[in-house]
Design a protein around this ligand. Structure first.
Ligand code: APR
Ligand code: ZN
Length: 333
């Protein structure tokens, strides 16, 4: 492993908001270099730089057959095991330890399915490669693939962590006319402007936040991306939509969370709510594409990284994330 981003989804598991089998080695946003290949592995070579995907598609289920690999129902990744059902990890006493999402990147080395290791073009830095593996694919994909935002559209993004700022980068890449970034932490707003947001709004009480957003968006936004995962901001995102507007839910809540909206105006105004998991990523196609866009200067992924840590610092990193500090903390090895 060369680099591993710390993502809020690791924190959801760490804090018990998502029930998962265990014990687990967390981490699912990793870049690595191939050290050894299993028998029969083609398309990779020792020394190859790779980004890891946390969702290996089975390629056999109806969703995969229909070309929607992000909806694969047969993925071994969500069982936190290799495709053959085994785990490569053991405690000293021999009991099983599972790799989170089949890759467990908070480790100096990992055994992963060959399909999880996506070869990237030469010249890509490990930190950027790592982020392509989760937040970039999730945020850029939500904008460009799930929503397919049109040039000139007005876009709001709630939450400016690695995922939300990747939505901002995606909106800029898609030539959105207005990109309004919203967070409750002021330092995040500067980062969003730096990435091309046309306006940034510090979230306070809902009425004044909504007023500031609508002014910056020039009226009702065409698209609102929620990249926090809070019922309150999900409801706020939906309520901001004008007729014909689309809310894209990217942030994941704790299990069981519910949100509500007033149905009549929603239907009457033909509004839409879309869920977007992992930015509809087809890793083998999208990861090298995002890497090329980065190398061409069109996805400044490196600007998301604002703290480098070691494995021993993870608890401190999680504490900082709970406070909304840092955009993307990255474990470097
Ligand atoms: N209003 C505005 N911004 C908020 C609020 C709020 N009420 N609560 C939190 N935020 C901001 C934080 O300040 C932070 O900048 O949301 C951002 C969340 O960023 P991270 O914690 O870094 O999360 P990230 O890794 O980007 O993931 C976001 O996507 O995939 C999911 O599980 C992931 O639910 C998580 C979400
Ligand atoms: Zn993630």
């Amino acid at each position: 492993m060369l680099a591993s981003g710390v993502c809020h989804s690791d924190l959801h598991v760490r804090d018990g908001e998502w029930e998962r089998p265990g014990p687990l080695v967390l981490g699912h946003e990793g870049a690595a270099v191939v050290e050894r290949l299993g028998a029969g592995v083609a398309g990779l070579r020792v020394g190859q730089a790779v980004a890891l995907t946390w969702y290996v598609a089975c390629l056999r289920c109806p969703a995969c057959q229909a070309g929607r690999q992000w909806l694969c129902s047969g993925s071994s990744s969500v069982r936190h095991r290799l495709p053959d059902g085994r785990t490569p990890l053991r405690r000293e006493d021999g009991t099983e330890v599972l790799p989170y999402l089949g890759i467990g990147t908070f480790a100096e080395a990992a055994v992963v399915p060959a399909e999880a290791a996506i070869a990237l073009p030469d010249g890509i830095a490990p930190e950027a490669a790592a982020l392509i593996g989760c937040c970039v694919a999730t945020g850029v994909g939500a904008v460009t693939k799930t929503a397919a935002v049109e040039p000139g559209a007005s876009v709001i993004v709630f939450g400016l962590g690695g995922v939300g700022l990747s939505c901002v980068m995606g909106a800029v890449l898609a030539d959105a006319g207005r990109v309004v970034a919203v967070d409750r932490v002021a330092a995040k707003l500067d980062r969003a402007r730096d990435l091309g947001a046309t306006a940034a709004v510090l979230a306070s009480d809902r009425a004044s936040t909504d007023a500031a957003i609508l002014e910056a968006a020039g009226g009702g936004p065409d698209y609102v991306f929620e990249a926090i995962g809070l019922p309150a901001t999900i409801e706020q995102a939906v309520a901001l939509l004008p007729p014909g507007g689309t809310a894209v839910l990217v942030g994941l809540t704790p299990f069981g969370a519910r949100a509500s909206f007033e149905v009549f105006p929603f239907v009457d105004g033909s509004r839409r709510i879309l869920g977007s998991n992992y930015g509809f990523a087809v890793a083998a196609v999208d990861f090298p594409r995002y890497a090329q866009l980065h190398l061409a200067g069109r996805l400044p992924i490196d600007r998301l990284v604002d703290r480098r840590i070691h494995l021993d610092d993870l608890e401190d990193a999680f504490a900082a994330m709970r406070r909304g500090e840092y955009v993307r903390q990255v474990v470097v090895f």
